[in-house]
Design a binder for this molecule. Sequence first.
Ligand SMILES: NC(=O)c1ccc[n+]([C@@H]2O[C@H](COP(=O)([O-])OP(=O)(O)OC[C@H]3O[C@@H](n4cnc5c(N)ncnc54)[C@H](O)[C@@H]3O)[C@@H](O)[C@H]2O)c1
Length: 334
Amino acid sequence: MTKNIGMLVVGVGFVGGQAHAPSFKKIEGSKLVALCDMVEERVKPLAEKHDVKYYLSFDKAIEDPEVDAVVVSVPTPYHYDLAMKAISKGKHVLCEMPVAPKIEQIKELQKAADKAGVFIMPNLNFRFCPVYVKMKELIAEGVIGKPIAMHYREFLPAADLAAQWPAGGWAWNVEKAGGYPDWTLSVWGIDMLRWIMGSEYVDADWMMSYPTFKDFGGIYGYNTMGIAKFENDVVASFHFGASVNKAGAETRFEVYGDNTNVIHGVGVDQIIIYGPDEEKTEMDVKVKGTRVWGHRQGDTHFIESLLANKQPSITLQDAIVAQEIANKITAKLK
Ligand SMILES: NC(=O)c1ccc[n+]([C@@H]2O[C@H](COP(=O)([O-])OP(=O)(O)OC[C@H]3O[C@@H](n4cnc5c(N)ncnc54)[C@H](O)[C@@H]3O)[C@@H](O)[C@H]2O)c1
């Protein structure tokens, strides 16, 4: 019988604590070995809940012989150092996005992983999100003919952004994080459109507005809009926003086809296909818990790849492409 993959989650905040830790607890072939975070009040109760060990120091955690692979879900400025340490100890890495603020650092991580003979996967979890998986499938089946245009809008309620990434925190430090939260949050959508199309970006450009929201601790309620073109001739537009309340924060992904049909992904729950003659087909793609945004499915893919001793389907090159397009946002700040 193959040994289970021993997992260590470092950084048990929003994504490490809520998405990855519970996922690995349930995935067949994986064993959640330990959690690590420098804030004991956060990591101790979570470790007790999952009945695993916890560490306050990553240097100690990485010495744990039960650990085969590490999920790096600390803030972006620390990904590079922790991922490098994990690689140097011969551990596989699932790294949160953005992988590192600088493209050069991502390339160094790949070199180090290749040298150490370990696998590294960036967590581009939208590729596993049921609504986008189903849309890709339907588009490939030809429901809209040949895709010709796309529009993707993603809103984070201003209150949620202020709670998760308050003004003055790491996520607003352009030098350390790579950009503002609009930059950070754009990488999943940028990658998702490329993956759905199976085509490379030819070009992209961005315009942004950053109003200060005093009622939300001084965060910028960004509206970041982009246009892009793909090698397959499809044009796309983006709207990343954090200037709305919860009720108005509906994410929508629209793809237009050359048979005049249109497919919409509404939030993460529903797909609507607008056919000819006012015909409309609605599909419920609702799932619950850590599957909603594809975390559990992505974590499962990581484990299955390690068990098969092969590189997961998502590579650091995918992260580089997404970050290069997103970097055009940060470049415009200067
Ligand atoms: N895939 C997704 O859906 C998704 C969603 C949000 C954020 N993210 C990414 O995940 C990463 C973390 O974001 P977050 O919102 O969860 O952050 P967070 O601030 O909520 O949590 C980070 C945690 O890391 C801990 N930490 C920081 N430095 C540490 C260190 N050296 N050793 C141990 N623990 C340390 C902090 O105490 C905190 O508990 C970011 O890169 C972000 O871009 C991914």
